[in-house]
Write a new protein. Structure first.
Lengths: 350, 257, 296
């Protein structure tokens, strides 16, 4: 994704930069929303890049024509792009099921390492298995949606509209999902898994549902990205940009709040993609190191927001953020609150 | 053992005492009780009455409390558990009350972590009180039976020579035989000069060994009296312990057994 | 070969599992702490360090001399200090605010990014070696060729494991660490100063991470993301050994290392990093508490 930055600085004119920026940020906002769907039920996905990558590759190989010359990849059926998108989302969901079965049921604290691991594995598979996705050469010449209908340089605007429409649709979808009885159950699970379990809800199935929904949206974002950038390679889906960057967006914007996720994407995205614009005007000692400093700040933002503004820029409405509902630090055994509340309820019901 | 000596000084006293896990949600209300060194005081009551919560509040393991705690004439309101323990209160929680992955000996060392000196001597003394533990100090706690674990938990709490031992449902999840043995062991510890305050679900058995009983319902103190008084009081049985009438009551309520 | 890599993984995983057990933190910055250890030692043995008079000289057929020994000490002190600073500035505050495992994990991820960026900021993205030149392997029994440095790596691991055993089972502080890992609430109620135990655990974990990092630099290249790349094997070794169980982590580390090397007979080298992942999933499906049990 680094190449994207280069594209941005070579655009002349603020309008073009803004169009490109908003398109990219919309895609990241979809990732942040998708991550929020998972995180808001306490699913710690450190492998956003994996789902993003799977979606991008699946859509790419399905819509690309059959490989020629040195290229070698599977499929290449030249399917219509919307079909690619659909299968990208399905692929994300399938990956979620595969990862969710061993982790969500048994040790969901290991989901984080399993997901960070699967991202690394997928990259190394893409890099080293011949005939799968063209190895490190990557896939090139991926068509954009409606690209053949548009003449001249106006396609950038079409890309922006596509990304914004997709973002709006995803936003609508996740908002509807959160407001539905299903979403309320998910929140109940997040806030108190034991009680939700006791009330007879199958928490594993509900959480798996949230994991899959988020994964589908990540896959979709990957497809949109692939068709927008036209070229993808294993390097595109680094942990830093594919995963950690999205986490920073979510933490900065405010988790548990869909508007916060979008705001976080815009703010952090502006910080990240805007940095190259000011690089020239920075003093030399800083300008030459600006990318490392930028990366350092991405990590720092996570820590700072967790410490001083855990609810993010936009606090969750009506509900206290999960970080703020605090138990006493280590003085009591686990589950003390549940036990207390259960006792209270039992006493009341008498 | 009910020495009704005229001017006894209570070991521990709480007055207009309330508390809960979260600010604003009180689980226990307005408790007043005192415990003397020469007695076993048992708190009984139905499930969810706040018995364990009261015990936790007394040893300073509850996040929110209101009212007064006095220990050996000193105001200890708001003291944390480590401070209470250092002051001479032994506390045995109901569950997770031993270091399961550590040996019996190591458990005792940890119990005596705050001791400045005499650790080895005290370990020997405490081990001598529990024949079940004495001859295999290197056994891992996780390999002990339920009753032995409970004894280890008490032994651990005795490491700092407490004058008051607070036990949270020590006989829960034990077989009837083990329950009897454990209560007898508690009584023997008491005879060595330690006041005992315990919460019990198996009320009949526990009250037999107790000097006084306190009945709690809905977080409030309903009755306090001598063990026999509480034991034979038929209203107590019906109203508070949810038992059918009949001779006494076998209050094994809430126990799956 | 597998034993060498396995030793390095084991060193890292022992620290990781201690931190997970005692503090309840899955430390995603552990790999990058190894990276810092690696680079702090490199700082000492590289030209800047040479000016301080440490460089030069070699021990027998080993590839390094006093420079690396001093570097190792600097790395251990540095990474331990780094860990303690993180505990004081970040984890302690998050804990006081009621943060749990997930919050710690995200915070450690943030710090992992920072640590890695800081290495690049200071030393740049290039790869380095502690001592330039080729270090020939010597033949031992059965025609297996081993570099003298590799004996050193295994030796350091064995020594670290013995010292860790002594600490955890023979000292009051170490026993209190195990008690805190086993049952934090009871440890605190017993008057164990859990705050000090946490700090001590970070120091021990930091020292082990630094050792692992320097050994990794000695075995392969000194490069900014070398530690981070080892994160998955570290976690795999920890999970395999059972969380909070350093002996499990030791055996788990060796297992992961050997499995990685042996696997290259059947699968392409590029897929080697998949082995730890497969191990994690297999353990989760078969024995969710790890092959060697969990300390709690």
């Amino acid at each position: 994704m680094e190449e994207l930055i280069v594209t941005l600085v070579t655009f002349d004119g603020a309008v073009n930069w803004t169009v490109g920026f908003l398109t990219t940020v919309s895609i990241f906002a979809i990732l942040a929303l998708a991550l929020n769907v998972q995180w808001s039920v306490g699913i710690l996905n450190f492998g956003v890049a994996a789902f993003f990558m799977v979606g991008a590759y699946v859509s790419a190989v399905l819509t690309l024509p059959a490989p020629e010359g040195l290229e070698s990849y599977v499929a290449g059926w030249g399917l219509p792009i919307p079909v690619g998108w659909l299968f990208a989302a399905i692929a994300g969901a399938v990956l979620a099921i595969l990862l969710g079965i061993p982790t969500l049921r048994l040790r969901d604290d290991f989901l984080a390492i399993a997901t960070i691991g699967v991202a690394a594995i997928l990259r190394s598979i893409a890099n080293s298995v011949e005939g799968l996705v063209n190895r490190s050469r990557g896939l090139n010449g991926i068509d954009g949606l409606l690209e053949d209908q548009v003449q001249g340089g106006g396609y950038r605007w079409v890309e922006l509209v596509i990304a914004l429409v997709a973002l709006a649709a995803v936003y609508w979808l996740v908002s509807r999902a959160s407001a539905s009885p299903w979403g309320r159950t998910l929140r109940a699970i997040r806030d108190n898994e034991d009680t939700a379990k006791a009330s007879g809800k199958n928490t594993v199935r509900f959480r798996m549902g949230a994991f899959m929904l988020g994964a589908m949206l990540m896959g979709l974002a990957g497809a949109i990205y692939a068709h927008r950038s036209g070229t993808i390679s294993p390097l595109t889906f680094s942990d830093l940009l594919g995963t950690f960057f999205v986490w920073t967006m979510l933490i900065v914007g405010g988790s548990g709040n869909h508007r916060g996720a979008v705001l976080g994407a815009v703010v952090v995205g502006f910080f990240w993609f805007g940095t190259p614009l000011i690089q020239e005007s920075l003093p030399d000692w800083l300008g030459s190191r600006v990318f490392q400093v930028r990366q350092l700040l991405i990590g720092l933002l996570i820590v700072i927001f967790l410490l001083w503004r855990p609810q993010g820029l936009l606090a969750e409405r009506d509900r206290v953020s999960r970080f703020v509902t605090s138990g006493p630090g280590g003085e009591l055994p686990e589950g003390w609150l549940d036990k207390g509340l259960r006792r209270l309820r039992a006493a009341r019901s008498r | 053992m009910t020495t009704n000596g005229a001017e006894r000084e209570p070991l521990l006293q709480v007055e207009s005492f309330s508390g809960g896990y979260v600010e604003g949600i009180e689980i226990i209300h307005d408790i007043a009780l005192d415990v003397f060194q020469d007695e076993i005081l048992t708190i009984i009551g139905p499930n969810g009455a706040g018995k364990s919560t009261l015990l936790k509040a007394i040893v300073g393991a509850l996040p929110f409390e209101r009212g007064q705690r006095t220990f050996q004439g000193r105001d200890v309101s708001g003291w944390s558990t480590p401070r209470m323990i250092a002051a001479g209160v032994g506390y045995v929680p109901q569950v997770d009350n031993v270091f399961a992955s550590m040996s019996i000996r190591e458990n005792l060392e940890m119990g005596g972590y705050m001791r400045e000196h005499g650790l080895e001597d005290r370990i020997a003394e405490v081990l001598a009180m529990f024949p079940d533990l004495e001859f295999r100090p290197n056994e891992r706690a996780s390999r002990l039976s339920g009753g032995q674990r409970q004894m280890l938990a008490m032994a651990r709490a005795l490491m700092l020579d407490p004058v008051l031992l607070c036990l949270d449902e020590p006989t829960a999840a034990l077989s009837p035989a083990a329950r009897g043995e454990l209560l007898a062991r508690i009584y023997r510890i008491h005879l060595s000069g330690v006041g005992v305050l315990m919460v019990e679900q198996n009320a009949t058995e526990a009250l037999v060994w107790s000097d006084r009983g306190l009945v709690m319902v809905d977080g409030e103190q309903a009755l306090i009296g001598s063990g026999t008084e509480v034991l034979i009081s038929p209203e107590v049985g019906r109203a508070f312990l949810g038992q059918a009438e009949g001779e006494g009551f076998s209050i094994d309520e809430g126990m799956p057994s | 070969m597998g034993i060498i890599v396995g030793s390095i993984i084991a060193l890292g995983a022992m620290g990781l599992t201690l931190i997970f057990g005692v503090l309840g933190i899955g430390d995603f910055a552990h790999g990058d702490k190894m990276g810092w250890g690696m680079f702090l030692a490199f700082f000492v043995v590289s030209s800047e360090g040479a000016n301080l008079g440490f460089a030069g000289g070699r021990f027998g057929s080993l590839s390094f001399g006093w420079g690396l020994v001093v570097g190792l000490l600097v790395a251990m002190v540095g990474v331990a200090a780094l860990s303690v600073i993180m505990e004081r500035l970040v984890y302690r505050r998050l804990r006081a605010a009621g943060g749990g495992f997930f919050i710690f994990a995200i915070a450690s991820l943030g710090m992992s990014i920072m640590l890695r960026a800081a290495i690049q900021l200071i030393w740049g993205p290039s790869n380095f070696r502690y001592t330039p030149g080729i270090h020939p392997a010597v033949e031992i029994l059965g025609g297996i060729r081993v570099k003298p440095d590799q004996f050193f790596i295994v030796g350091v691991t064995v020594l670290a494991a013995i010292l860790l055993y002594w600490l955890l089972y023979r000292t009051r502080f170490g026993k209190a660490m195990r008690a805190t890992s086993d049952n934090p609430a009871l440890a605190e109620a017993s008057g164990i100063d859990t705050d000090r135990i946490r700090t001590g655990t970070w120091i021990v974990g930091g020292i082990l991470a630094a050792l692992a990092g320097v050994m990794l630099g000695l075995q392969a290249e000194v490069r900014f993301d070398a530690g981070f790349r080892l994160l998955l094997p570290l976690f795999a070794a920890m999970i395999l050994g059972g969380i909070g169980n350093p002996w499990g982590a030791l055996i788990g580390g060796l297992t992961v290392g050997i499995a990685q090397e042996v696997s290259t007979q059947w699968i392409s080298t590029g897929l080697k990093p998949g082995i730890p992942f497969v191990i994690v999933i297999a353990v989760l499906l078969l024995r969710p508490r790890g092959m060697f049990g969990q300390s709690r």
